[in-house]
Design a protein around this ligand. Structure first.
Ligand code: S5P
Length: 266
C-alpha cells in the first residue's frame, strides 16, 4: 500500500519531511508503533532493538536512565536504530528557557547529534522551540519537537485550557513536529485532534493491550481506539520491553495500530 492511501489527509497535509519519513516507514512495516525502549542497560537495549526493530516505526529513548551508558555504545545503538530505519526520538521533556534548552541539546549526551525528535513542555513559552531548533542547527542537523499537549498520568496538570494554548502556539510553528496526546482517553484525544487539525502529528503514550491502571499513576487505553480517535503513533514501553515475548507483543501492537489506521481512513 502507498503511504498516501494508508494515511489519507494526514499525508496530503503534512509539511514536515520527518512526518513523511515516519509515515513511509510505518506504511512499509504496517506498524504505527514507537518503541519506548526504557531498559536501563546497554545490553538490554541492544537485545530489544535487534528483536523488535523490524516491527516498530520509531524508537523513543530516555538517554539518562541507562546505568552503563557510554558515548561509544550509544553511537552503536543509534546505528542499530538507523539499520532498522527508525527515527530516533529522545523523550527529554525539555522545559527551560530557550537558550538553556539549546545548551541542553549539547552536553554529555549531545542529544542534538543523534535525535530526530525531542519532547518539550511549553510551560516556559514558545521560545523553547526556537532554542531546540537552534540546538540542531548548531550541528547542521534538522529535527522536530513534540509538544506535550496532554499526559497519560493520573492527576497531571495539563488542563484543557493549557492544552488548547499549547495547540494554538504549536500548530503555527514549523519547528513543531506534533503533539503528545493522552492515549488512555479516546474522548480527550478526539478533542485534541479536532483542535490540532490535520497537518501535525499526534503521538500517544498510555496505551497497552491490557487496558486499565499501570504502575505509579500511569493509565492505559486500547491502542486501536487511540488511532481511531486521531493518534498517528502509539508509544509502547512495558507492553513490549517487559513482555515475556517482546517480538510477539511488538507484532500484536503493530497489527492493532495498523488496523486502527485502515479503519480510520476506510
Ligand atoms: O504523558 C506521557 C508522556 C510520555 S512521553 N506519558 C508517558 O508515559 N510518556 C512516556 O511513554 C514515558 O516516559 C514512557 O517512556 C512511555 C510509556 O511507557 P509504558 O511502559 O507505560 O508503556
Amino acid at each position: 500500500m502507498e503511504p498516501s492511501e494508508a494515511w489519507g489527509v494526514r499525508w496530503e497535509m503534512a509539511t514536515s519531511p520527518l512526518a513523511k519519513r515516519y509515515m513511509e516507514v510505518a506504511t512499509d512495516k504496517q506498524s504505527l508503533v514507537c518503541l519506548a525502549a526504557d531498559r536501563n542497560t546497554m545490553a538490554g537495549l541492544f537485545e530489544l532493538i535487534e528483536a523488535v526493530g523490524p516491527f516498530v516505526a520509531a524508537l523513543k529513548t530516555h538517554v539518562d536512565l541507562v546505568d552503563d551508558w557510554t558515548a561509544e555504545a550509544w553511537a552503536q545503538f543509534c546505528q542499530s536504530a538507523h539499520d532498522a530505519n527508525l527515527l530516533i526520538f529522545e523523550d527529554r521533556k525539555f522545559a527551560d528557557i530557550g537558550k538553556i534548552s539549546r545548551s541542553q541539546m549539547a552536553g554529555v549526551y549531545d542529544i542534538r547529534s543523534w535525535s530526530d525528535l525531542v519532547t518539550a513542555h511549553l510551560i516556559s513559552g514558545p521560545d523553547i522551540v526556537d532554542g531546540l531548533q537552534a540546538g540542531w542547527a548548531d550541528v547542521d542537523r534538522n529535527g522536530g519537537v513534540l509538544l506535550l499537549a496532554q499526559m497519560s498520568s493520573r492527576g497531571n496538570l495539563l488542563h484543557p485550557a493549557y492544552t488548547d494554548e499549547v495547540v494554538q502556539k504549536g500548530t503555527v510553528h514549523s519547528g513543531v513536529f506534533g503533539f503528545i496526546g493522552n492515549g488512555s482517553r479516546p474522548d480527550e484525544l478526539q478533542h485534541l485532534r479536532s483542535t490540532v487539525g490535520e497537518e501535525k502529528m499526534i503521538w500517544t503514550p498510555g496505551v497497552n493491550l491490557a487496558v486499565g491502571d499501570g504502575e505509579m499513576g500511569q493509565r492505559y487505553g486500547d491502542p486501536a481506539e487511540a488511532v481511531l480517535a486521531g493518534s498517528d503513533c502509539i508509544i509502547v514501553g512495558s507492553g513490549i520491553h517487559k513482555s515475556s515475548d517482546p517480538v510477539a507483543s511488538a507484532k500484536a501492537y503493530a497489527l492493532a495500530s495498523w488496523n486502527g489506521l485502515i479503519q480510520r481512513n476506510g
